[in-house]
Design a protein around this ligand. Structure first.
Ligand code: MN3
Length: 218
């Protein structure tokens, strides 16, 4: 038997309807977060790791004819992952696609403190902004191996949560709500500059968070 992919009419129509998943174009240059997040890490992370998840997610959607009638790359990716996350190739690469969209978007070289409204929500949930940072950092340190830390909006209540690998709150991962802040704690996010010091990377991450973007996700 030939082990060749069969191209059906349905597949061709799906291809025509469904543009490929693409990486989020950055609103800043790959070296603009330097020296806080160094240019080499950003280069590797954005052009190798994130591209890898994106390409493999596209390939998996092609292979299994997975499509979504939602609009927008993010909405479609979330829809497909929610439906098909029990398939590892979707869980890992669709998750990687979504998570990196959120992560790269919620960083900026032009740091501004959270708005009064967001600060009040954070203080309400965690006691104070400083206490939130401590808990968020601790969640990153407690994540064994590779994973993510999230600030989620669960029906108006802010919560910190952490997932392994490329899982996220959109799938059955033990986290719920809408992720409004994403922090990558895979070693590839920090090892070139921070080596094994994840705590030092997390401290630096806080200096480049785009709280304006976080607030738009509420
Ligand atoms: Mn990553």
């Amino acid at each position: 038997m030939e082990n060749k992919k069969v191209i059906t009419l349905k597949h061709i129509l799906t291809e025509l309807k469904q543009p490929k998943f693409k990486r989020l174009p950055l609103s800043y240059g790959l070296s603009d977060l330097s020296p806080i997040i160094d240019a080499e890490t950003m280069q590797e992370h954005y052009t190798k790791h994130y591209k890898g998840y994106t390409d493999k997610f596209n390939a998996a959607c092609d292979e299994f004819n997975y499509a979504s009638d939602k609009h927008g790359l993010m909405e479609r990716a979330i829809d497909i992952c929610k439906k098909h996350y029990k398939k590892d190739v979707i869980r890992n690469n669709g998750g990687g696609y979504i998570n990196h969209m959120l992560y790269f978007e919620n960083m900026t070289p032009d740091y501004k403190a959270p708005s009064a409204k967001l600060k009040a929500m954070i203080a309400d949930a965690f006691g104070s902004f400083a206490e939130f940072k401590d808990q968020f950092k601790q969640a990153g340190l407690d994540r064994f191996g590779s994973g993510w830390v999230w600030l989620c909006n669960d029906n108006g209540k802010l919560e910190i949560c952490s997932t392994a690998n490329q899982d996220n709150p959109y799938i059955d991962s033990g986290c719920s709500g809408t992720p409004i802040l994403a922090m990558d704690v895979w070693e590839h996010a920090y090892y070139l500059k921070h080596r094994s010091k994840r705590a030092s990377y997390i401290n630096d991450f806080f200096r480049v968070v785009d709280w304006g973007v976080v607030e738009t996700r509420l």
